[in-house]
Design a protein around this ligand. Structure first.
Ligand SMILES: Nc1ncnc2c1ncn2[C@@H]1O[C@H](COP(=O)(O)OP(=O)(O)O)[C@@H](O)[C@H]1O
Ligand SMILES: [Mg+2]
Length: 350
């Protein structure tokens, strides 16, 4: 495959959009600022593609309270975040992107999830299939288990070797190849999308995982599957890569817009808290924590700010009075406060 003509144009646009996203990520003083929300947005949507019900709001509430309406679904999303964090730490140690790293990520992703039938961290030793109730009626039957280790080793070697293809294109090709191998009993979609994130970081295209690519895949889900099928069935790499590059561009552009919107929203909310004559230093510090902790409780704020519970409560009350935080539990005790407008903007949900 060569990247020329229309494909070269798409590549240039996607690369430029990624560059803008990297710049947008630096608009704030700390890298953790957008990372919290953007990583969870990707985790939620990547999990939703295959049916998980949890929303980003559920995840934020769970992180603050360890309570959830669908604990298993929320756990899957939290597992995804852990798998990503672990894999990034391993990248920084110089670990190659290959079988071992992906199995480690898979183990974290699948830990404690639904009966554990998915054999966390283990390459499959059985035949699997996608769509349909038997291999005979399936939409796609991946290679037999005895071929999987060799196919993964070849993918790892290709990732580690020099290749004339542009790195961004290679990351997309690696995803399609990984999905074709389908090395796990479950979780192949999520690990395969995580693989893209890791490759973008390793190859210096995006230093922080700010691209929530699953958003664009989900918007065009039938096409996403069809383009993957095209690669397998007739080696149609060009159309897959074109589709993938369009999705990268769209997700990156969306991320740039979202970063600006969140930054503006937060700046305005920060002002609203600061102009309140009753405002305290702790209230100001609380508002600065909210992008990384959009759902909070009194004990949590006390711990994060290193203040007493009454001081934390006062800070929350000020933020609530300024219309920034909203109590969501309806309880008298163990109250839960959410940075409602921020979460709404982040998720695009109502
Ligand atoms: N026709 C296809 N050919 C290759 N891969 C496919 C095809 N259709 C879907 N996929 C991939 O398989 C994934 C689903 O596999 P699965 O192991 O259930 O992953 P997960 O549980 O993470 O969603 C999809 O998200 C997609 O990436
Ligand atoms: Mg699945």
């Amino acid at each position: 495959m060569v990247v020329e003509g229309a494909l070269a144009g798409l590549h240039g646009e996607a690369l430029a959009a990624l560059g803008r996203l990297a710049v947008a990520g630096r608009m704030v003083p700390s890298t953790g600022w957008f990372l919290y929300g953007f990583v969870r947005k990707e985790a939620v949507i990547s999990s939703q593609i295959e049916g998980t019900q949890a929303t980003l709001r559920d995840v934020a509430v769970f992180e603050a309270t360890e309570r959830a309406e669908h604990p298993e679904d929320v756990e899957e999303v939290c597992n995804y975040v852990r798998a990503l964090q672990h894999a990034r730490a391993r990248l920084r140690e110089g670990e190659p992107i290959g079988t071992r790293l992906l199995c480690e990520a898979h183990e974290l992703l699948m830990r404690g999830v639904r009966g554990g039938e998915s054999e966390p961290g283990t390459v499959r030793t059985e035949q699997n299939w996608i769509g349909g109730s038997t291999p005979a009626t399936a939409r796609f039957v991946p290679p037999p288990p005895e071929e999987v280790p060799g196919a993964l080793a070849a993918l790892e070697a290709w990732i580690g070797a020099d290749d004339p293809l542009p790195a961004l294109v290679r990351a997309g090709a690696a995803h399609a190849q990984f999905e074709t191998i389908h090395p796990f009993l479950d979780g192949n979609g999520r690990i395969g999308r995580l693989l893209i994130t890791l490759l973008l970081e390793r190859w210096g295209l995006l230093g922080e995982p700010l691209l929530y690519l699953s958003y664009a895949f989900r918007q065009r889900q039938p096409e996403y599957y069809a383009r993957l099928s095209g690669v397998r069935a007739h080696g149609d790499w060009e159309r897959w890569v074109a589709f993938y590059l369009e999705c990268v561009r769209r997700a990156a552009d969306d991320g740039v817009g979202l970063a600006a919107a969140l930054f503006e929203l937060h700046s305005a909310d920060r002002r609203r808290v600061l102009v309140d004559p009753a405002s305290t230093v702790s209230a100001a510090r609380l508002v600065d924590l909210l992008p990384q902790h959009p759902v909070v409780t009194v004990p949590m704020v006390a711990e994060l700010l290193g203040v007493t519970a009454p001081t934390a409560r006062k800070a929350i009350e000020i933020a609530e009075g300024a219309g920034v935080l909203r109590e969501t539990s309806g309880r008298e005790r163990d109250r839960v406060y959410s940075y409602h407008a921020y979460l709404r903007a982040l998720t695009g949900e109502g």
